[in-house]
Write a protein that binds this ligand. Structure first.
Ligand code: IPE
Ligand code: IPE
Ligand code: MG
Length: 245
């Protein structure tokens, strides 16, 4: 029997995939799809805040996305600079605290400064934590955390690694959504998604609206999260007695 997992997922992670295809289908340059993707993210942030989600973590640019054509990479970087300059007032309005997650080393000074400013400006907000994974890869995250521990001479355990990983400030994602129809992780949150419920949507990211988010949340509610236990172990004592009768 599948028992609903109850409350709204506290932490939702999203691989925002499908921007390029959205643009190509409209005979537009791929970067137009990324622009539309920013609009979709704005809508998703609002919807998550309205539904009581505590943390939204999105994949915006992967360690591997540097391998795309130079004009697309520079278009994405420009878009990030623009978004950093423009979105902060909206985040303040919605009570969103912004965190950038990823290797800062590879980023231009303009982007690094924009990130630092935006993080500082939103640091007091408490309604929703928005983690933007940019120049991020799950393998980078794990290797980087292990390097930090090794530098300090700390033993490497699950707990110490957890504390050194890039998302140490939030609990693991409850719901992991990927849009765009592909059913793979593409190096996103490899460690943290160990027990996340996976939801794959055929919608392209620019078309992922409130109804699509609600569909993902409804699917989450239909899942039974066992964390290695049996169904019977999860049932409250009253329900167990009823099932036996
Ligand atoms: C995801 O959309 C955004 C980034 C990777 C930056 P894509 O650009 O991968 O879109 P598709 O998969 O080509 O449609
Ligand atoms: C994953 O999408 C990265 C982001 C959404 C930022 P990709 O489009 O890069 O993934 P693959 O290449 O299809 O696996
Ligand atoms: Mg893609």
């Amino acid at each position: 029997m599948s028992r609903p997992s109850g409350a709204i997922p506290h932490h939702i992670a999203v691989v925002m995939d499908g921007n390029g295809r959205w643009a190509t289908r409209r005979f537009l340059p791929r970067v137009a799809g990324h622009k539309q993707g920013v609009e979709s993210l704005r809508r998703c942030v609002k919807a998550c805040a309205a539904r009581g989600v505590g943390v939204l973590t999105v994949f915006a640019f992967s360690s591997e996305n540097w391998n795309r054509p130079a004009d697309e990479v520079s278009g994405l970087m420009e878009l990030m600079v623009m978004a950093l300059g423009r979105e902060v007032p909206r985040l303040l309005e919605d009570g969103v605290r912004l965190h950038f997650v990823g290797a800062r080393g590879g980023l231009s000074e303009k982007i690094a400064n924009g990130i630092a400013k935006a993080e500082q400006a939103t640091a007091h907000n408490t309604k929703l934590v928005l983690n933007v994974c940019f120049n991020y890869g799950g393998r980078w995250d794990i290797a980087h955390a292990a390097q930090q521990l090794a530098l300090k001479g700390e033993p490497i355990t699950e707990e110490s690694l957890n504390r050194a990983l890039a998302l140490a400030h939030v609990p693991d994602p409850d719901l992991f959504i990927r849009t765009g129809g592909e059913q793979r992780l593409s190096n996103f949150l490899l460690w943290q998604s160990a027990y996340s419920e996976l939801f794959f949507s055929d919608r392209l990211w620019p078309e992922f609206d409130e109804a699509a988010l609600d569909e993902a949340i409804a699917a989450f509610h239909g899942r039974e999260r066992r964390f290695g236990k049996t169904s019977a172990q999860l049932a409250p004592p009253g329900a167990r007695a009823q099932e036996a009768a």
